[in-house]
Ligand binder design. Sequence first.
Ligand SMILES: [Fe+2]
Ligand SMILES: [Fe+2]
Length: 275
Amino acid sequence: MKLRDFALRILLSESIDEKLAAPPARLADSDPEPARLPMAPARPRELQIARIQDAKVPAREGMADPAQRARILHAFANHELQAVELGAWALLAYPSAPSAFRRGLLCILRDEQEHTRMYLARLAAMGRRFGEWPVSGYFWNKARHFTTPLQFVCAMSLTFENANLDHTRAYARSARAAGDAATAALLERVHTDEVGHVRFGWRWLRRLKEPAESMWDAYTRALAPPLEPRRARGEEFHAGGRAAAGLDAEFIERLRSLGPSHAFGGKRRAGGKRT
Ligand SMILES: [Fe+2]
Ligand SMILES: [Fe+2]
């Protein structure tokens, strides 16, 4: 099987099982031809991407209530599924990127498939199923701006996954406080994997940026509005996760000083803007 066919199957299949099927051990990556590139994933009817306002998610305080916790985990499963789909999309979008970059994308994609399966198993244990509530396209909505591998890693790895270093820690703590050790363990596992995903972004930012440009300047210049550096952190800043991912002290300090950003689909800020 070719890598591009594996990626296309993830994007074009309406079956969640097919999207989450792990890659075969050997995938030929010898065909640099650009593939047909959909800007939206095929999905089963109940998981079609809805408007943000139709796919509201309880704030983190909802973790205390099992019914709201299930809705939050459902939204997290959809974030993971988007990460799977966008990993496949990137494999098709950047056929001539360095092979080490493409291999790294595939490794991350495999992790994201596993994360999705773990959230779905947790939902099933709570008597819930994927597609029970409308889902948003928080990540997919930005994909039209990912015209280069540099823009992709700055948005996905160094913004969304970077912020998830904080979100996973905070939600794990809320799950533990609610007595849900299984959910807390799942979130800690995702946190650990996310460190590696942020590290991937950091390394490729260093390799792909203009040599004379600083890491911070190259990062901020690669983000297209409404994405901004503040989206790369949560309410409580976990510096240790960034250090583990290899980010340098100056970059970490810049992120910290931006101030809190709330979880995707969570609260509305004072200005009324959903973050
Ligand atoms: Fe993930
Ligand atoms: Fe990730």
